[in-house]
Design a protein around this ligand. Structure first.
Ligand SMILES: Nc1ncnc2c1ncn2[C@@H]1O[C@H](COP(=O)(O)OP(=O)(O)O)[C@@H](O)[C@H]1O
Ligand SMILES: [Mg+2]
Length: 325
């Protein structure tokens, strides 16, 4: 049985501009210890997917109108707020893009990293702070014992993200959801943090959902990849499927717009033309149709379902496109 099974998840927001269909019938699963990347442009519904799994959708304006999120034998969508608070930070931990807004500026690093141990593991504060030193050492913060009394603003962006990782790992969660964990960091620090995350999730045996707009760098740390567009998964497969044999025109477009480290020749990068659709007024057929080079009449009227190509490689597209010749 998979560790996490998301089935038909559908999340909407009622806004002044109408009903925003942020996540539409999204299904994926995750095995123990596996890393799944969810990739897509800004506004494609990645964070709303994560927030739905974590029970953090603000109601109103948000509402989960359909779906199941099975985790360790329970449907998380049916848990009370109190039950979800027990799950979050313990069985499922999260890491967000901007550590400055997730860390409390008024509390010391020690108190924040020790908090999950104190709260979920019922350790005394002395024990929790000892645990915090060990965790800070794990994320390679130098001289961790002396940093317990420091405040978040005394750390660099990369160091704050390491603190967030330490907090997330505190209770050895089965699942970590990392939402654009390195987006605010420069490229070198980004690579260090991703390496660290990869190594520590492996050591702790945690599965990870790695959310990113960056198919180029970040998604390479994943075993499997889901590509999202306008609230739906348009292609999914192993990292080898998505990088080696992308089949959805949107994925092909993303691939063409990223720099490749393994190419000597300076290839011209081609951005995908056009804008993502308004999620409050989605076109009736394929949401990508207005931007697609392979569009046919059928695509404008009928919505392609996510269907298997081979094995676990799936795409939602009527056309038969491929990079292969
Ligand atoms: N609290 C909210 N109220 C209204 N709309 C929201 C809210 N949160 C997210 N949305 C909308 O949901 C859509 C998906 O957003 P999001 O999941 O944050 O995208 P991303 O893929 O960049 O993480 C966007 O159109 C966004 O405006
Ligand atoms: Mg987001």
């Amino acid at each position: 049985m998979p560790l996490l099974e998301v089935d038909g998840l559908t999340t909407r927001f009622r806004t002044e501009r109408g009903v925003v269909q942020a996540v539409d019938n999204v299904s994926f699963d995750l095995e123990e210890g596996e890393t799944l990347a969810i990739v897509g442009e800004s506004g494609s519904g990645k964070s709303v997917t994560a927030m739905s799994v974590l029970g953090l959708i603000p109601r109103p304006p948000g509402e989960i109108t359909a779906g199941r999120v099975m985790f360790e034998g329970r449907d998380l969508l049916e848990l009370s707020d109190e039950e979800m608070q027990e799950v979050r930070g313990d069985r499922i931990a999260m890491i967000f893009q901007e550590p400055m807004s997730s860390l409390n500026p008024a509390l010391t690093i020690g108190l924040q990293v020790g908090e999950p141990l104190n709260r979920h593991r019922k350790m005394s504060w002395t024990e929790s702070l000892k645990g915090a030193v060990g965790l800070l050492r794990k994320v390679q913060i130098p001289d961790p014992a002396s940093r317990l009394q420091a405040y978040p603003h005394q750390f660099s962006g990369g160091m704050r993200q390491r603190v967030m990782i330490a907090m997330a790992l505190a209770c050895q969660p089965k699942l970590i959801i990392a939402d654009e964990p390195t987006t605010a960091l420069d490229v070198t620090v980004q690579a260090q943090i991703l390496e660290l995350l990869k190594n520590l999730t492996r050591e702790f045996g945690s599965a990870m959902i790695l959310i990113t707009h960056d198919l180029g760098v970040v998604a390479r740390y994943a075993d499997r990849v889901c590509v999202m567009y306008a609230g739906r998964i348009v292609e999914s497969g192993t990292a080898a499927d998505i990088y080696g044999d992308p089949r959805h025109p949107y994925t092909l477009g993303l691939m063409a717009s990223i720099p490749r480290l393994d190419e000597d020749t300076q290839r011209r990068l081609v951005p995908i033309e056009g804008q993502p659709p308004n999620l409050a007024a989605l076109p009736p057929g394929c949401s990508f149709a207005p931007r697609c080079r392979y569009v046919t009449d059928r695509c404008r009227s009928e919505r392609p379902a996510l269907e298997a190509i081979a094995g676990r490689h799936m795409k939602a597209c009527f056309a038969n496109v491929s990079n292969r010749v």
